[in-house]
Design a protein around this ligand. Sequence first.
Ligand SMILES: [Zn+2]
Length: 268
Amino acid sequence: MWSPRPECGLVGLRTVESEAMIGERPREPLVLRGIGASWAAVRHWSFAHLASLAPSLPVELVVGNREIGRTRFASSTLGDYLCELASPPVDGAPPRYLKEFELLSHFPHLRRDLRPDLLFPRRSIVASSAWIGPAQARTGLHCDRLDNIAMLVAGRKRFHLAPPDALRSPDDLSGKYDRWATLARISFQDLAARDDAVPLQVVDLLPGDALFVPAGWWHEVVNLEASILLSGFFGSRRRVIGQWLRTGAVHATHVAGLWRRGHCTCHG
Ligand SMILES: [Zn+2]
């Protein structure tokens, strides 16, 4: 369970009992505490189980905090990486993080272990991916272009959250390119240290907990323990396709090497 830390000006998150709240597209983050506790995924998935599905599957790992630092990648296999997670971390080495892994595309039968109908509004388009990493693996402060529901399957994870107007100065924003997010130049810790900081929030997720993060809300995420998270960016067909079209032209320019190539989260 999380606890507010008044010294940082942190306040609590609203917890709701029913996923029906998400259908109203609330303007603030919401915790769905324990909503997936009985799902087969939460009861049965483990690093060893996932590794056994395709041990030699090549995977690309993100090394360190690419949102605020340099973008670096490393290659591994699913089996080797998940075995690595079960071992003690190497002192001083930046965490290696399997991010945006298309787990359900690789292993469609795993969908049977989930109940997305309990999380996402009907007729939503949902883009799912998994985030699998060791303790201390983190994602730097950023905000996404689409609403998101994150469901923790295993481990323990902390979300720091701040409202859209928390970063008021252009100097706070990073020029680093990410198709689906705006990145901050500062950390959540920097933000919390400001005298004029807006109310900030923190929540720890345990297995079976889900968190709704509205588009535009700043968040920084750190693994308190080695964790498996399923993330679903979602929205109406009109909203998702609109974002896809709006970002597509810029992204094509980026991939062609004409816009912020080398200053991005997608190329090392
Ligand atoms: Zn790139």
